[in-house]
Ligand binder design. Sequence first.
Ligand SMILES: Cc1cc2nc3c(=O)[nH]c(=O)nc-3n(C[C@H](O)[C@H](O)[C@H](O)COP(=O)(O)OP(=O)(O)OC[C@H]3O[C@@H](n4cnc5c(N)ncnc54)[C@H](O)[C@@H]3O)c2cc1C
Ligand SMILES: *[C@@H]1O[C@H](CO)[C@@H](O)[C@H](O)[C@H]1NC(C)=O
Ligand SMILES: *[C@@H]1O[C@H](CO)[C@@H](O)[C@H](O)[C@H]1NC(C)=O
Ligand SMILES: *[C@@H]1O[C@H](CO)[C@@H](O)[C@H](O)[C@H]1NC(C)=O
Ligand SMILES: *[C@@H]1O[C@H](CO)[C@@H](O)[C@H](O)[C@H]1NC(C)=O
Length: 498
Amino acid sequence: MAPPPAALLLLLPPALAALLAGAAAATRAPPRSIAVVGAGIGGSAVAYFLQQHFGPQVQLDVYEAANVGGRLATVTVNKQQYESGGASIHSLNLHMQDFVKILGLKHRREVAGKSAIFSGEHFVLEETDWYLLNLFRLWWHYGISFLRLQMWVEEVMEKFMRIYKYQAYGYAFSSLEELLRSLGGEAFVNMTQRSVAESLLEVGVTQRFVDDVIAAVLRSSYGQSVLVPAFAGAMSLAGAQGSTWAVEGGNKLVCSGLLKLTKANVIPARVTGVSLHSSEGRALYQVHYEDDEGQGSGFYDMVVLTAPLHPSKSNFTFQNFEPPITDFPGAFQPSVTSVVHGYLNSSYFGFPDPKLFPFASILTTDTPDLFFNAMDNICPVNISSAFRRKQPQEAAVWRVLSQQPLDKQQLKTLFRSYYSVQVTEWQAYPHYDSAKSLPPIVLHDNLFYLSSVEWVASSMEMVAVAAKNVALLAYNRWYQDLEKIDQKDLMHKVKTEL
Ligand SMILES: Cc1cc2nc3c(=O)[nH]c(=O)nc-3n(C[C@H](O)[C@H](O)[C@H](O)COP(=O)(O)OP(=O)(O)OC[C@H]3O[C@@H](n4cnc5c(N)ncnc54)[C@H](O)[C@@H]3O)c2cc1C
Ligand SMILES: *[C@@H]1O[C@H](CO)[C@@H](O)[C@H](O)[C@H]1NC(C)=O
Ligand SMILES: *[C@@H]1O[C@H](CO)[C@@H](O)[C@H](O)[C@H]1NC(C)=O
Ligand SMILES: *[C@@H]1O[C@H](CO)[C@@H](O)[C@H](O)[C@H]1NC(C)=O
Ligand SMILES: *[C@@H]1O[C@H](CO)[C@@H](O)[C@H](O)[C@H]1NC(C)=O
């Protein structure tokens, strides 16, 4: 039986319409099997959401070439684990909040610490103990810029948060442009095409504030300049302003937890490509992979890619697709985290007496000679209530972010001496000023590219939002519920649809 035309449903009493829609859904079996490529937060969240929508009988295979968690990972120093990848989560990141609740995980306690912005020679801005003095200093240095920044970020966040309501009502978007347009109109789409500096100057933030403060925040979050697009910029500025948290035991526990909850089959293999076949008149996807034993493949009704595709990943191939699936422009930005256990060289920062060094977090301005982007005195992923920060003259664990691995000389500049250094070289996030158009979400009927969202902004929550969107989109497309895809005027619809 074909699903009743949408127009007809509108004429029927709601209860009857729902019944018919349900009957239509029942006529098509759910997909037999779904492949998810990647077991980071994107892959584990989409596996969870797909199962929520399609039900437990669907076979879910999650391919992971390296480690569950992906860019959420820890390193061990002195028997304690520390975040080496994605570290902090904004308090308004509702999907991440939900996952933690569902999995029975806990928020890790915040340990207070002061921040400052370093120019390579001196601190251009220092946080103090006294809130009013901080505000006064900001005001003194930068006038109304600070207030204008806050208003701008708040407006973006408020509109962005509409997504949770749309998703709760089952609405999905088939492209990033449609998603952004429904949240904040054409202006939101534009925010992926112009720089954060340009947008802020336009609302009256001064150049000096952009150079000192905005640049420092973007260097510490994306390792990039104020040429980062406005939308991604707003998301990292929100993270810098609001209260943030992390998952006790490590953020990666969300990934392993969700995969366990969905009972997905995690297959340790590198996927090399996807080829299209048809069976009984419908698309079937063959996922090719290689593992320790050699090469293999599996057939699926649906595939979700949650690993970013870019030219240096050109050995990921798509076969038999017409038109061909090629060309994923845009480079990825390498970023290095060095977790160093040692004694800070406070002299380098202008504090000859280490006891007097007051900061736990050092951001930097865009200065050519500076060889690092930011450094933080970090806490282990498990901390007891008795935990306190080390005194500044004691050995501590610092996380240094840089573009290139630090050489011995550079380490000796930042640290008087150190016990250990653990280096992780990440393909961290898109290099934002290189790709201008947003990649697609739908690559073929039931083949989805979740990681495209990273070109809007790259964070755990953005990826989780994209995971929910892909799951809803896949479901709505499977059951031809076109009323729930790319709808206009959703603000109005969700208000009246109670
Ligand atoms: C240093 C650093 C700091 C960050 N800080 C923050 C932060 O404070 N807050 C925040 O919200 N975000 C932060 N981020 C960003 C955040 O970590 C990422 O946006 C998020 O973790 C991406 O998740 P993902 O699942 O999309 O991708 P990934 O985590 O990269 O997962 C993709 C997975 O796919 C696997 N894979 C790749 N190719 C294949 C293949 N061919 N076959 C099989 N498997 C494959 C990979 O091994 C990986 O496990 C940070 C990132 C970095 C690198
Ligand atoms: C979006 O950008 C285009 C060109 O850059 C501009 O003409 C248009 O006015 C912008 N729209 C909004 C709503 O900002
Ligand atoms: C760390 O926290 C996690 C999550 O709460 C817990 O499962 C784990 O046992 C803890 N580990 C230690 C060493 O306390
Ligand atoms: C390309 O494939 C090889 C072997 O299959 C793999 O080792 C390499 O990492 C891949 N390159 C990229 C950029 O994914
Ligand atoms: C510490 O910083 C000072 C000042 O920049 C520098 O002269 C010194 O070489 C650095 N390293 C050590 C180990 O003190």
